[in-house]
Design a protein around this ligand. Structure first.
Ligand code: DAH
Length: 383
């Protein structure tokens, strides 16, 4: 019966050109020493396999060495290990351990060589046209930026230009000139961070209108995209910073009908062509009348009910109200015109303001507002 040594050595091929295995495996010398101590003849055969692997000049040669040494059915180490049951306990202990050490070493050398050959193949002068192409990684705008661009595109088409104003704003622009009386409870909804008693982080993008109107004469048709801040307790639907876009149209004889037409154009473009909308009165200090526009809840299709498996329950998105609020709007308050030096007898105007996170969350079914700022690619790459 063939000995372990015979089995290992008869698979060695004199045509193999030996190389230096320690260039592949930094711990080669130490591993080889351990193997020599265990069983010198297995160590010698292993050294030949490892040397041949180091010397292999191409994948085909490497593959044939791999087959001779490591193939599961006919490889030298598998065949030698198959002899184990025929050996005495002592022989088994010594040879078994040495064979396993040798096999692991040859496997590691083969893997390192395969990597090296693959790299040199990619890096070399020759172009291997059979390699699969590497798709270049390309980024994309953040999902909020995508929605902002879409809105800007829409309003650009309606004749609005962009006006940006500071995130660190004067208290008088954020509140006073927008007709918030000093102690009016409307300020409570706009709790924010103060830099000094007169300077704060803006709570909405509406202060932009004041700046634009002080700077320019009517007519004006502007949108005001930007980041805003509020001292909110953070949860799945509130953050202390988010994004808004206000719009403002001031000219002679601008009417509520113009506002409604503009808002409906917006809703059809951003939600869907036949989305039902409604406009209901609501108070904002800087508009009179002030309104809120709602669109029909897409989650429950305006039924207020939601099927969850077999169970029917109240729609979790509109809370059973059938509508979701999308923006505030109204006719610019005469006091705001007076504050910027416009004559409310000569001009009228409408304004609207929307939250980008809310629109984006509604559109994509996102239920966690904090995702927008966490920069987790698993989230961002979905859009
Ligand atoms: N600025 C308001 C807010 O943040 C939203 C708003 C309401 C803006 C009515 C408007 C408007 O332009 O006309 O709560």
């Amino acid at each position: 019966m063939a000995s372990i040594h015979d089995i290992l050595t008869r698979r060695l091929d004199p045509a193999w050109k030996p190389g230096e295995p320690s260039s592949l495996l930094p711990d080669y010398t130490a591993r080889m020493q351990a193997l020599h101590l265990a069983e010198p003849r297995i160590a010698e055969a292993t050294a030949v396999f490892a040397g041949a692997i180091a010397g292999a000049g191409d994948m085909a040669t490497l593959q044939s060495i791999r087959n001779a040494a490591l193939s599961r059915e006919s490889g030298a180490y598998s065949e030698a290990l198959a002899l184990m049951p025929t050996l005495s306990v002592d022989e088994k202990r010594v040879s078994g351990k040495a064979l396993n050490l040798g096999k692991a070493l040859v496997e590691a050398a083969e893997k390192a060589k395969r990597n090296a050959l693959e790299h040199s193949r990619e890096g070399g002068d020759a172009i291997d046209v059979t390699l699969p192409g590497r798709r270049p990684w390309s980024g994309r705008p953040h999902v909020l930026a995508q929605v902002r661009e879409e809105l800007l595109d829409l309003f650009h088409g309606l004749g609005f230009s962009v006006y940006t104003s500071p995130e660190v704003e004067l208290e008088s622009y954020n509140f006073g000139k927008l007709n918030f009386a000093p102690d009016h409870p409307a300020r409570d909804a706009h709790d924010t961070y103060f830099v000094s008693p007169e300077v704060l982080l803006r709570t909405h993008t509406s202060p932009g209108w004041v700046r634009a109107m002080e700077e320019r004469k009517p007519p004006l048709r502007l949108v005001f995209p930007g980041r805003v801040y509020r001292a909110e307790a953070v949860d799945a639907s509130h953050m202390d910073q988010f994004h808004q876009m206000d719009g403002l149209f001031v000219a002679k004889n601008v009417s509520m009908a113009d506002l409604k037409a503009t808002l409906n154009t917006f809703a059809r473009a951003i939600y869907r062509r036949d989305v039902p909308t409604r406009i209901i009165p609501i108070y904002f200090p800087f508009v009179e009348p002030g309104v809120q526009m709602d669109v029909q809840c897409a989650t429950c299709a305006g039924t207020g009910r939601f099927k969850d498996g077999t169970e029917e329950k109240r729609c979790p998105v509109c809370k059973g109200t059938k509508w979701v609020e999308v923006l505030g709007a109204g006719m610019v308050h005469p006091n705001v015109f007076k504050a910027v030096g416009y004559n409310p007898e000569e001009v009228t105007g409408f304004a609207f303001g929307m939250g980008l996170e809310r629109i984006t969350m509604g559109r994509h079914g996102i239920h966690e507002i904090r995702e927008f700022l966490q920069n987790d690619l698993r989230f961002l790459e979905q859009f």
